[in-house]
Design a protein around this ligand. Structure first.
Ligand SMILES: *[C@@H]1O[C@H](CO)[C@@H](O)[C@H](O)[C@H]1NC(C)=O
Length: 246
């Protein structure tokens, strides 16, 4: 989900090569929209100014908007996207793209919360999300050069700081392959972190180590809503409750 920053084309290509190499490019096509589950999407500056009324009309009930990356990038479209979604009646939240080789989890969390990653219990704000996945800048170091233990520590430190500043644990966005490779399939987060799993195909497949179910599933990188396509595991009411932290 980091493809909006620099050298977008090069990195998109590199990322596809990595994905192909690990065999996680599933067959194209969306899942038969699992019987009425709330549909959502996620956007970054790549989607530019989104027509939120149109997205709502096409079925968007929730959206994650990219806020930050590392401690030196803010999505220049964040305000339009985050506030526009809310005005159109879409529950929205912010996500941070982790670059764990650049600075501590705590520093990145603080930067994120200062720049859009805040949370409130208004029922319209999803918990802040941490996007931790393949290194888009150096595909040979997909775990950013961190050992599994240090990666787990980095994620823990990010989570602690987000929790301290916002009162919520972050949602963790990842893929099963990245998580199992780079954290060793750590089960340390499943108990108190909702899973947002990325897997393009007809089902969510085997989940990353630790989790027994997904809360959000990113099932395609394109579709009828702007950006990546997602589903929420629950009813519209449960989505509202999830946002409110109830
Ligand atoms: C949806 O969430 C419930 C728990 O709230 C879980 O029992 C169920 O397995 C989940 N479904 C999927 C497809 O992950």
């Amino acid at each position: 989900m980091a493809r909006d920053r620099r050298n977008a084309r090069t990195r998109a290509l590199a990322l596809s090569v990595v994905l192909l190499a690990v065999g996680s490019v599933a067959l194209a096509g969306s899942p038969a929209p699992a019987a009425g589950l709330p549909r959502g999407h996620d956007v970054s500056s790549h989607q530019k100014n989104v027509d939120w009324r149109k997205a709502r009309a096409k079925g968007a009930r929730f959206v994650y908007v990219k806020a930050t990356e590392s401690t030196d990038y803010r999505n220049p479209r964040f305000g339009q996207q985050y506030n526009g979604a809310r005005e159109a009646g879409i529950i929205r939240g912010a996500y941070h793209f982790a670059l764990p080789d650049r600075s501590s989890g705590r520093a990145q969390a603080a930067y994120f919360v200062r720049n859009g990653g805040a949370w409130s219990a208004d029922g319209w704000t999803l918990p802040p999300a941490l996007d931790v996945e393949y290194n888009p800048y150096d595909r040979k170091h997909k775990c950013y050069g961190l050992s599994r233990a240090r990666m787990v520590g980095w994620i823990r430190s990010f989570s602690e700081e987000v929790e301290r500043l916002t009162g919520r644990r972050p949602v963790i966005y990842t893929t099963a392959h990245w998580w199992n490779t780079c954290t060793g399939g750590s089960g340390a987060f499943a108990g108190d972190h909702a899973l947002w799993v990325a897997r393009y195909g007809a089902d969510a497949g085997p989940l990353p180590g630790g989790w027994s179910y997904w809360t959000i599933w990113q099932y395609d990188n394109s579709g009828s809503l702007p950006g990546d396509q997602n589903l929420f595991n629950g009813s519209a009411r449960q989505l509202k409750r999830f946002a409110a932290g109830a």
